[in-house]
Each structure stands twice: as structure tokens, then as C-alpha cells.
Ligand binder design. Sequence first.
Ligand SMILES: Nc1ncnc2c1ncn2[C@@H]1O[C@H](COP(=O)(O)OP(=O)(O)OP(=O)(O)O)[C@@H](O)[C@H]1O
Length: 242
Amino acid sequence: MRGLTWTVGSTRIVDDVTFDVADGEFVAVIGPNGAGKTSLFNLISGLIRPTAGSVTLDGVDLTAAPPHRRARLGLGRTFQSSSVFPALTVRENVRIAAASRGSCLRLWRRASADRAASSAAEAALDDVGLSSHAADLAGTLSHGDKRKLELAVLLATEPRIMLLDEPMAGVATGDVPALTELIREIHRAGRPVLMVEHHMEVLLGLADRVAVMHHGALLAIDTPARVMDDETVQHAYVGEPL
Ligand SMILES: Nc1ncnc2c1ncn2[C@@H]1O[C@H](COP(=O)(O)OP(=O)(O)OP(=O)(O)O)[C@@H](O)[C@H]1O
């Protein structure tokens, strides 16, 4: 992203943010409450249009593209609040995502597309360890398993890059290590990740770089250890744990 800016009235909610996520890299976005992290994700995924700046994926300028086109081009995203269909089964949730990937209007290719979507869904459920819950209604899953389901839904779309907005939000403390490990494995499988996370301890050993936002601007972007040592970052977090 280059110079990404979003102004509401006279307030700069996201202020001239520029950084790259390299192929295979894991970049975390942190910042005090209201720093503009979710707004930045909304700009990258196209839910809101920037006042200025651009978003590029693999050299393709996506700045004017609607969210569904960005998703087609490989920009996959999860949301801060749970976004599964509670009345559908776990398998159906993932299958819908997998089918959306290879959307094909030619009737004679529907059967093979269906089979491909089913096997992509099963593979994604296996990746996140939810195969044994495939027939359960998504609404009956624990909060931690719902988060895993969201990851499976995302994986089934075979994204080029994964944007995860606070995947640990609402998850019981005891489930955080397993979910962290799962995200680590998904990343190791070769996908770059951009993840909003409040807890610095989750990011140590997970993120290659940490981008710190403050009042909409990018305050620092560096390794987790160096970011934690940075005095300007510590100052931005006065009154809140880093
Ligand atoms: N549509 C909007 N109109 C006006 N102000 C907005 C809008 N969306 C967000 N804001 C404001 O922009 C600021 C940044 O919000 P945002 O949700 O991006 O921050 P955040 O860093 O994700 O916060 P949190 O850590 O609490 O999730 C906040 O002060 C918020 O009130």
C-alpha cells in the first residue's frame, strides 16, 4: 500500500500509510484502541475507498476494485467479529466459500466444479482440524472452533494473501496457543499473512515484522523485538499494555 489515507470530515482516520508485505512474509498490525487498524484493513480489502493512496497486489492496482474482485484476485480476509453462517453445517460453510472460488456458469462444467469445491472444502477442514465437526451446525461450535472455521472458509478460497483481523478476539485464553500454532502452520504452508492483533506476546516468534499504528499513522515497522524496544512505541502505548 502506498500513501493510504482515509479522511472522515476533517479527521484522518488512516493517515498516509505505506508499507509492503513481501511474498511469504508475516506482518502484524498493532496499535492502541482506535488507532485505525480495522479501517486500514477495510481500505485494503475494498470495504471503504481511500481518500488518497493505492493498494497493489502482485503488481495489479486494486485501488478502484470492489471487494469481490479483490477477493477473486487473491485478497482473502477474516473479520474481527465472527462471520460464519450459524444455521448451516460446518461443511456447508466451507463448501460455499470453495464454490465461490471457481465460479463457472457453463452448465456442463458444474458437476466437476462441484466435486472440486467439495474436495477443497474437505482439505480446508482437515487443515484446521475441524473434519470431525463437519456435520455440526456452525452455530453450535465453541468460539475457538468458529475462529478455526473462519480460517477454513478463507483457505477454501485459496487466497494469495491472508488478512486476519484479530483472529484471537473472544477466544478462551486456553485456546490461544493452539490457534496461534494453526495460524503459524497456515503461514508456513506458503501464504503471506497480514494480521491485526492486540497481544504482543502472540506475535513474538510468529510475525516477521510488526507495523505499529497510532492516530491513523504508521509509527514504526520492524521486528517484534525492536518494536518492543522502541521508545516512541512505548510512549504511544502509555496506559495500555504493549
Ligand atoms: N465510519 C466511520 N466514521 C467515523 N469515524 C470512524 C468510522 N470508522 C471508524 N471510525 C473511527 O476511526 C478510528 C479508528 O477506528 P478503527 O476501528 O479503525 O480502529 P482500531 O485500531 O481497529 O480499533 P480497535 O483496536 O478498538 O479495534 C476510531 O476513532 C473510530 O471511532
